[in-house]
Ligand binder design. Structure first.
Ligand SMILES: [Zn+2]
Ligand SMILES: [Zn+2]
Length: 86
């Protein structure tokens, strides 16, 4: 898993799209990152749920109780107040 992509505020990668991108990747024709960007664009109209975006190892959001704290960044994908910034 790529963890060196560090973006600020609400830009945590969608873990579901990442795993789909890795599965679909046609490297070297299209890198996983490019495949991911494509998936995000295609799914823009129907984004993944906060739980899916946060990943299978997500933590529980203290505000809403959903498993929506991103597994790597601990960003609240559910959109609750982000007091979890790192
Ligand atoms: Zn997604
Ligand atoms: Zn929440």
């Amino acid at each position: 898993m790529v963890t060196h992509i560090k973006k600020r505020r609400h830009m945590s990668a969608c873990e579901k799209c990442w795993s789909d991108a890795q599965r679909n990747s046609r490297w070297p024709v299209l890198s996983v990152a490019e495949e991911y960007q494509k998936l995000i664009a295609v799914r823009a109209a129907h984004p993944c749920t906060p739980e899916e975006q946060a990943g299978p190892d997500a933590a529980k959001c203290p505000a809403c109780g959903r498993m929506t704290l991103h597994q790597y960044t601990r960003e609240a994908m559910c959109g609750c107040a982000s007091s979890h910034d790192i």
